[in-house]
Structures are given as structure tokens and as C-alpha cells.
Ligand binder design. Structure first.
Ligand code: PBG
Length: 326
């Protein structure tokens, strides 16, 4: 039986009616806000390509965290910009590094805020790649030790979750083993399981000062054309002990999010990356689209596709709009 008995428009008549039948509801609780931590005091160095975002020193990270809490956002993910970089990224596990210091300060001042840390070498290496270089390529197995040491230093500082983003083979297992052997058997790993080699990371690499000095990341990050490969990556990470799996970027990869959520039924995160954020900002600045509507539409679509949580640079702005203020 079809039209005129069936009229789908009946349920779209008013805002109240649309709210009643809405299938996916976005909430500030869905968001994880990325923050860039740098050394020094009183530092707030704006990131040109990411309006509203800045490299922050630890004191300003704490200030930011208090605001985040009042907005109902449950978690942040920290990225570090160290004082010095070298070929092996040796400052990544410095117990006095910006990330480690920020974790301690946050756990002291805003203990209920979940502190996730990005575990990767690219912010700490002089060449900007995600591991140690041998024969012009990243050496997988040698890098695992460095990543494990970095993750352990985050755990020791008090982080709640570590999130390896390097895409080395076996990193989740290596980190899991190190954490378990050091008394951190309870610490969850959020793995960047299906991380694609993407042009949409452009603004982030400015923000984290991690542009590769030669070549690109295609020998370790995934080919955007593949989804079966994403299934294999996720299966391996779960086998190695991942507790939460992530897809990154988000918007151009909604099919991947959907497939992973359906197949594995694991807590699934989506990282709406810097390029997704900056595109909307730039277009809105030009008056080419409505900022808040484009922002909320993107986020609800990522959730609809199957994401249980969204890492987004819009976290604060979206939370404000959702709470009905500005
Ligand atoms: C580190 C890392 C990157 C992002 C998150 N972790 C950059 C990269 O792989 O080049 C990108 C985040 C974004 O673009 O917002 N490896």
C-alpha cells in the first residue's frame, strides 16, 4: 500500500514532530577535543589554519579543561610539541615533556575529565615521520620499542587511555605487553586502527609541526581506496588487545565506520580531522555555507554511520550550540 495512504511528510511537519522521530541524537557527551600542548608558560600560539585552536602551555591546557568540563564534554586527546626534536624522537617519553606534564596537571585539577594521549613519533622526530628511519623508510620493529616507551610514560604520568596513531604493524600488541608488564593492565588502548594516508591532515601537520621532511606516509598509512584492508587492520588490533577502534578521517570514510561497527561491534571512534574542520571554517568565512548547520550535520552523520564517539575540533562550538547557547 503506497500513496496516498502513505505520506512520509506527516512526520516532518513540525520541529517537535521531527524531534520525536529522530533516530540519531548528537550530544556533547559524544565528543573528544584534541589539544596541542607545548612547553613554556602562558603560551597560546594560534594555529592559522585552524581558527579557534592554538598550541597551549600546560597552564592554559588546564584552563581549557575547566571550560570543557562545564560544556559537558567528557574527554580530551593530547598532542605534544616538544622543545627539541631528533632523528629518534627521543623526547617522546620524557617524563617532563609537555604531554606528560599536562596529564599530571589535568589529573590534579580536573580528575573526572578523561585524558587520552596520542602515541606517535612524528611530533618528536626531526624528519617528521612516525618512527625511526632506515633505508629511507620507517623501520617497523625498531619503532615498536619507542612507541611502547612513549605509551608507558603517558601511563606513568596518569593518562586514562593511550591512542597509538603511527600505523606500525604490531604496535597495539607491543604497547599492551609493556603496559601489562608495568602494572597498567587496566589501561585501555584506543587504536587508530583504520588510519588512511590522507590529504585532510594538512592543517594538523602545521599545528603539530610534524610535516614529513621527505616522502610521505603511504608506506604505513592506508590507501584511501581500500575497505577490506581496514577490516583486517581492525581485526589485528582487536586481537592484539585494542579496546576501542578508530577510523580516521571520518567524513570521507563513513562506509568504513559503518562496516567496522557492524562487523566487530566494538566501541568505535571516528576522528573528524583537521582538514574536515578547516574546510567548513574556510567556506563559512567566505559566506559559502552556514557554519553551525554544516558543523552539526557533519557530526550527526558521523554518529549515524556508527561512531560511538567523535574526535572533533568542533567539540566546544558544537557543545555550545547543542546546549542552546552560543
Ligand atoms: C600523528 C597524527 C596525525 C593526526 C593525528 N595523529 C597526523 C598524521 O598522521 O599525519 C591527524 C589529525 C588531524 O588531521 O586532525 N600521526
Amino acid at each position: 500500500m503506497g500513496f496516498p495512504t502513505k505520506r512520509p511528510r506527516r512526520l516532518r511537519k513540525t520541529d517537535a514532530m521531527r524531534t520525536l522521530v529522530r533516530e540519531t541524537v548528537l550530544s556533547p557527551k559524544d565528543f573528544i577535543l584534541p589539544l596541542f600542548v607545548t612547553f613554556g608558560k602562558g603560551v597560546r600560539k594560534p594555529i592559522k589554519s585552524m581558527p579557534g585552536h592554538a598550541q597551549l602551555s600546560v597552564d592554559n591546557v588546564v584552563r581549557e579543561a575547566k571550560e570543557i568540563k562545564t560544556l559537558g564534554i567528557p574527554a580530551v586527546i593530547l598532542f605534544g610539541i616538544p622543545k627539541r626534536k631528533d632523528a629518534t624522537g627521543s623526547s617522546a617519553n620524557d617524563p617532563k615533556g609537555p604531554v606528560q606534564e599536562a596529564i599530571k596537571a589535568l589529573k590534579d585539577k580536573t580528575p573526572e575529565l578523561i585524558v587520552i594521549t596520542d602515541v606517535c613519533m612524528c611530533e618528536y622526530t626531526s624528519h617528521g615521520h612516525c618512527g625511526i628511519i632506515k633505508n629511507k623508510d620507517v623501520d617497523n620493529d625498531a619503532t615498536l620499542e619507542l612507541l611502547s616507551a612513549e605509551a608507558l610514560s603517558h601511563a606513568e604520568a596518569g593518562a586514562d587511555i593511550v591512542a597509538p596513531s603511527d600505523m606500525m604493524d604490531g604496535r597495539v600488541g607491543a604497547i599492551r605487553k609493556t603496559l601489562d608488564e608495568s602494572g597498567f593492565g587496566d589501561m585501555p588502548i584506543m587504536s587508530y586502527a583504520a588510519k588512511y594516508s590522507s590529504a585532510f591532515y594538512g592543517p594538523f601537520r602545521d599545528a603539530a609541526e610534524s610535516v614529513p621532511q621527505f616522502g610521505d606516509r603511504r608506506s604505513y598509512q592506508m590507501d584511501p581506496a581500500n575497505t577490506d584492508e581496514a577490516m583486517r587492520e581492525v581485526a589485528l588490533d582487536i586481537e592484539e588487545g585494542a579496546d576501542i577502534v578508530m577510523v580516521k578521517p571520518a567524513l570521507p570514510y563513513l562506509d568504513v565506520i559503518r562496516r567496522i561497527k557492524k562487523r566487530f561491534g566494538y566501541p568505535t571512534a571516528a576522528y573528524s580531522v583537521s582538514g574536515e574542520f578547516s574546510m567548513i571554517k574556510a567556506a563559512a568565512e567566505k559566506g559559502w555555507l552556514d557554519h553551525d548547520m554544516a558543523m552539526l550535520e557533519s557530526l550527526v552523520c558521523i554518529k549515524r554511520a556508527g561512531a560511538d564517539m567523535i574526535l572533533t575540533y568542533f567539540a566546544k562550538e558544537a557543545a555550545r550550540v547543542l546546549r542552546g547557547g552560543k
